[in-house]
Design a protein around this ligand. Structure first.
Ligand code: ADP
Ligand code: MG
Length: 711
């Protein structure tokens, strides 16, 4: 094997024999029978066998080799625009040959352009010919040979003998038409079949992957994923965390009679919704156990996750442990800090404790003081960005980590974060360090199928109710051509005391462009309505300036806030009731929903305008319109997440830049939910009763990646 070929194979991930046998055909060609030339339909790809009548180079309209061949039924031409003298020789007049290609043209001018040539009279293959995805540097025949060889070499131990599934019931595989197909395939049978199916197989069942062989393969893949998630969960449960039981009374030496969590309920100024009370109970029950909690708190935008997080933090602090709250952006962390500080600082102060703030751009001295307070335990609650808290903070006794907007993090990131926290704890306190509990919050509800796959190692709490008194946000689609009209209406509303967000287009590749865009819009709006005080917020501004603008908007001094997507998550200004999103067609649905969730938080009727650019055609593409229409049709975050997943697929939906390996290659969560359910029932049984097969299975599917997840 040449280094170039090695490289091409590596690029396709074809290293081990198992990789090769799992590299499945894109489609198939039928070379199992010879079709008489006269019977080949226009556009049909066929194998013909015929004798060369003439072979000549034509120069008009361009140089090409034109070969006329004839069989008993008729004749046609074979055309080659690129050819070697050797090919010309091989097609000398009188030679019999086979040609495989697409028949084109009517009765008089039938031809095949660049057919593949085969020797005549050789035995015909008995199976369909696979056509594989190949990259540069590989040819079909070469890869075919490699895969055939790998199929011969490999021993595929069956990791799913019937013994494994009798207790969960038979596998729910689809049965295509025709008798004799209803049986359970071994993996080896399924793979051999898919590489070389017999010519009579209904091709449709291979294309739509409903054939039992395909289903068998998908079950394998889904099972590997379920097994690994269960294993991760088991490994985690073998670790110890501090048991943080809910304290009913304050500590004797503390000022308040009541524990923090009860005091917090007195100062927030509203009653918890039933859903909030339920999720707090779920979280508290987890934290009371000495097994690390790993829970996702999901709730639509505005459902009130912050106060739930604060209550969890209080339960943790009541038990004498510190709590860290991390957010993905500085502005969001800042908002959390403001809110928690207002609620908790007085209560903590009475106990001689405090809330600490840690961010990237902070004065050295201030930061050093914060770090010292965290290390001494004086700072009981630490709020900051992920990056800062993960990298540089030593806690005296960390009991709970709260992560906001976790859907941005893949499984790997979550694991590595947890491991780092644990290592740090181990360094600080000796060998048998306790691991903190983890609570992750997300406003993007995870659709059920995704929750069962990529997030199967998480427990989930859902706030499925909004606080009372909210008015639903009315959403409208408006073409950018009506921009002036929109600005005039906006001005009228703001002059009446309402506040508005104006979100600028997202330009993925370039922060600089993002900025110039936001600045231009800001200037445009200011020029159009000079009497309305306005603020501009973008990611490149110094933190102090950002804070000043946010404060101005929160206090009502600014009527309009022009912003890049920095306000995408978490910003909470109840008086803001208007939202304009420019170039809405460039955003994902979940993102739009998050943005829209910034309004409708107070009692005023709120509106969200999705401005879309129609481009040169003057029209928005149908899919873009469908997407945006979903926003108009529903305010339900679950429904939107479901559609978003449908449109974008799991990788993009989760916002993870996938290596490819961690996403499903064969199964499709849209069509294969029943297979997923089945493997989900199967996985724990296998781990408990056939750990040997389970391990083999994971090794086969996840390889080195599995070792990493275990570590
Ligand atoms: P999100 O879930 O999007 O993070 P927040 O926690 O920011 O939502 O809450 C949105 C707003 O609703 C905040 O102003 C918060 O104080 C308020 N809120 C939360 N829970 C309740 C409740 N039970 N009753 C009334 N208002 C509430
Ligand atoms: Mg929030």
């Amino acid at each position: 094997m040449t280094p170039a070929i090695r490289k091409a194979l590596d690029k396709l991930g074809l290293v081990r024999d198992i990789d090769l046998v799992l590299h499945l055909p894109l489609r198939y060609e039928d070379e199992t029978k010879v079709v008489p030339i006269a019977q080949a339909r226009d556009g049909q790809t066929v194998l013909i066998e015929a004798q060369v009548q003439s072979c000549e180079i034509q120069l008009q309209p361009r140089r090409q080799l034109v070969v006329t061949v004839q069989d008993a039924s008729g004749s046609c031409q074979l055309r080659f625009l690129h050819f070697y003298p050797s090919q010309q020789k091989a097609m000398a007049v009188g030679t019999r040959l086979r040609a495989h290609g697409e028949m084109r043209g009517g009765f008089w001018g039938r031809q095949m352009v660049h057919p593949q040539l085969r020797k005549a009279d050789a035995p015909l293959p008995t199976a369909l010919t696979p056509v594989y995805p190949i990259g540069k540097g590989l040819t079909q025949p070469y890869l075919r040979r490699m895969i055939v060889a790998a199929l011969q070499r490999i021993t595929l131990v069956e990791t799913l003998p019937q013994e494994c599934w009798t207790h969960v019931g038979p596998p729910p595989v689809a049965v295509p038409d025709g008798a004799g197909t209803q049986r359970w395939w071994t993996l080896a049978q399924a793979l051999r079949f898919l590489h070389h199916p017999p010519p009579d197989v209904p091709l449709q069942t291979l294309e739509d992957r409903s054939h039992p062989a395909w289903q068998r393969l998908k079950v394998e893949e889904l099972l590997a994923q379920q097994l690994s998630q269960w294993r991760i969960r088991q490994i985690r449960q073998a670790h110890a965390a501090p048991a943080l039981a809910v304290r009913q009374r304050g500590r004797k030496e503390e000022a308040g009679e009541l524990p923090l969590h009860a005091q917090l309920l007195e100062v927030i100024g509203f009653e918890l919704t039933a859903a909030q009370r339920r999720v707090v109970e779920e979280i508290a029950a987890d934290m009371a156990r000495s097994v690390p909690m790993h829970r996702l708190l999901q709730g639509d935008v505005g459902s009130g996750k912050t106060v739930v997080a604060a209550l969890a933090a209080c339960i943790c602090m009541d038990a004498g442990y510190q709590c860290a709250l991390m957010a993905p952006t500085e502005i969001l962390a800042e908002q959390h800090f403001q809110k928690l500080q207002a609620w908790l600082a007085p209560l903590l102060q009475a106990r001689g404790k405090r809330v600490a703030w840690l961010a990237g751009k902070q004065k050295k001295k201030e930061r050093a003081q914060m770090l010292a307070d965290v290390a001494s335990g004086e700072a009981m609650l630490v709020v900051g960005t992920h990056a800062v808290i993960q990298d540089s903070v030593d806690f005296r006794a960390l009991g709970l980590v709260i992560i906001d907007e976790q859907h941005r993090f893949g499984v790997e990131q979550r694991l590595s974060l947890r491991n780092r926290q644990r290592d740090r704890a181990a360094q600080a306190t000796g060998d048998d360090a306790l691991e903190p509990h983890m609570l992750m919050m997300s406003a993007t509800p995870i659709p059920r199928t995704l929750a069962m796959t990529y997030y199967a190692d998480l427990s989930v709490s859902t706030i499925d109710e909004l606080p009372p008194g909210r008015t639903p946000v009315v959403t409208r689609l408006v073409a950018d051509s009506r921009r002036d009209e929109l600005i005039a209406r906006l001005a009228r509303q703001v002059r009446q005391g309402r506040q508005a967000y104006w979100v600028c287009p997202l330009i993925e590749e370039s922060e600089v462009l993002d900025l110039s865009n936001a600045t231009a819009t800001f200037e445009e709006l200011q020029a159009a309505i000079p009497d309305v005080p306005m603020g501009l917020l973008h990611s490149r501004m110094p933190v102090a300036e950002k804070q000043a603008v946010m404060a101005g908007f929160a206090s009502g001094a600014l009527g309009v806030l022009v912003a890049t997507t920095v306000i995408e998550v978490g910003v909470d200004v109840p008086n803001a009731s208007l939202m304009v999103i420019e170039h809405a067609e460039r955003f994902g649905l979940s993102q739009l929903h998050q943005l829209r969730g910034r309004v409708g938080r107070g009692s005023a009727a709120s509106a969200c305008v999705l401005l879309y650019a129609t481009g040169d055609s003057g029209k928005l593409s149908d899919t873009a319109k469908d997407r945006l229409r979903a926003m108009v049709e529903t305010n339900d975050g679950f429904e939107i997440a479901r559609r978003d997943l449908e449109i974008r697929g799991p990788g993009e939906f989760m916002g993870v830049h996938q290596s490819g390996a961690s996403l499903l290659r064969f199964a499709d969560l849209g069509t294969d939910a029943h297979l997923l359910e089945w493997t989900r029932a199967l996985a724990p049984w296998m781990l408990a009763h056939r750990p040997d097969l389970a391990e083999l299975h994971m090794q086969r599917w996840l390889g080195g990646k599995w070792d990493y997840l275990k570590a």
